[in-house]
Design a binder for this molecule. Sequence first.
Ligand SMILES: Nc1ncnc2c1ncn2[C@@H]1O[C@H](COP(=O)(O)OP(=O)(O)OP(=O)(O)O)[C@@H](O)[C@H]1O
Ligand SMILES: [Mg+2]
Length: 619
Amino acid sequence: MGRIRLLSETVASQVAAGEVVERPASVVKELIENSIDAGAQKIDILIRRGGISLVRVIDDGCGMDRDDALLSLERHATSKIRSADDLQAVATLGFRGEALPSIASVSRFRLTTREARALAGTEIVVNGGRLEIVRDGGEAPGTQVEVRSLFYNLPARRKFLRSENTESRNIEHQIHLQAIGHPQIGFSLLRDDRVLFQLPAAATLGDRVRDLYGVDLLERLVAVNGTASPKVRISGFIGQAGVSRQTRTQQLVFVNGRAIDSSLITAAIREGYHTALMKGQYPVTFLFLELDPAVVDVNVHPAKREVRFRDPTAVREAIVLCIQNILEGARAAWQEKFRAPLTSPHVSPKAGPDLRLRPDVSAPVESNRELPYTGPTVVNRVIAGTNLASGAPVSEIAGQAPRPPASPVDSASEAHALQRQSSKAAPQQFQIIGVLNKLYVLMENADGLVLVDQHAAHERILFEELRRRMEEQGVPTQKLLLPQTFDVPPRDADWIERNISILQKMGIGIESFGPGTFKIDSVPSFLSVSDPAQFMRKVIDDLNSASNSASAMRLGEEMIATSVCRHAVKANDPLSYPEVEKLIRDLLDCDLPYCCPHGRPTMIQISLAELEKKFGRKI
Ligand SMILES: Nc1ncnc2c1ncn2[C@@H]1O[C@H](COP(=O)(O)OP(=O)(O)OP(=O)(O)O)[C@@H](O)[C@H]1O
Ligand SMILES: [Mg+2]
């Protein structure tokens, strides 16, 4: 007798449900997606005990007649696609005709639905996949689905569920995703009879973000509006440099309206932020990608969480470019705050205690001698000449200290700085108040109080200066006393072979020395490398994992970022007033002035309005 048998419809549905319905949040996701596909304007969700005991989703969408309602519970029954060709360009969230039968096979399921103009609706009750009741129902037009006792007939699956709190949080996250993805639809969530949120239909994505996460977050986002490439339209919001989270819960990405998880996109976002993101932190994004549906395959994941792109490189590049442009553009907003003239009258130093930096304090000799930072020596000389060091009032210096003349030592970079300076529209306006704890520069601009981390600021300045030199003149190298050979595993050897010319451009003198063996005889002179072989392994590890097609720039930037920290002024290095002032000016001239090359903030602005609020002057 044959050993192969066809599974019953119920068992087959339960097997399919194993993939579609992992947890209560998947039920919520599928039901909301159906409501959205049905053209709902408003979706109300109620959950009890983490959705394990009850999930109810009510929509005001198109509803179904009795025949369709019955059919909707059959496997592979869908109104959304008809042929395999339609699968090439899916425009709806659902397309498989799997969700409802799967859910109904692992729960006590009740569907009531009514078309807008129908006299009566239909009510259907299914228990564990078995149809129990079909009758007329009298609900309002739209559809209501109730899913009780999830996995009651599959105790093994039920055991895998987490605590009610965790399941609730998963559901909330799922609804956040859908709510952000569809701001024009109103959403409400009741958890164990408590209203968690009630989101009115919003006019814009910005309104929805504000309603869900508050105005504070919205203010720290930058709008993305663009056609970075003809193939990929990107819109939405991303966090300004320095805005990040410890988890990925606010890194939301939508492809043609569908919330997706994509390692490709996550990596592209990370690369776009590059030095504007702290290690171990995640960016905040509400990013919407629109592509021709024909070049996106949505049928690759059982929970429809992933998609496959026909041209992944184009998608990646569009995202990287888009984010880079936005972050650099955001600099203008910062500069604006330093352009407007200070409104408050300057405090005369005679009126109170002298809060100025002592001009006679100079930086420790070793702190920045061999650095491109031309500050201490040159500035001191100039300051002495113009008699500012002898204690002129702060208000005289603020915002207009003369630029040091080009010194013969560093005329190239100084000329460059001057050129950059003259390209700026107006001089920066700020007034230094003092330095807190030998680290934080306190200053005033038109917007209020600004705190600057002098170490982080110096890192950013050095980073950009070195990068600029690298672009213009190539990297100065330093010969090793003894060339060193080292072995690497085949994949790393392959990576080096492919990138050898880039590495050489970066100042790493490296050449092949037999299979799997390389010889290194010089390193960039701004690095102090004690063990060249180990240095190379680190470079490979960092860059190989960062991107497969590391560009020369990217490679150099990584190396510079790691080296800069060692050279920058440290927290406790006391700086003289002109040094601090030059530091701030140079910082404001940077491409990404608001964070250090490791993504930590360099400046924090506390506006006058915020201060007024804190002091209870304004509510
Ligand atoms: N809330 C709803 N309002 C109106 N029609 C609905 C609703 N939910 C489901 N339907 C109808 O029932 C059909 C089956 O739904 P189901 O979720 O099982 O499959 P699908 O959405 O077509 O595909 P997928 O399995 O990918 O979700 C849908 O194609 C749709 O026509
Ligand atoms: Mg569906």
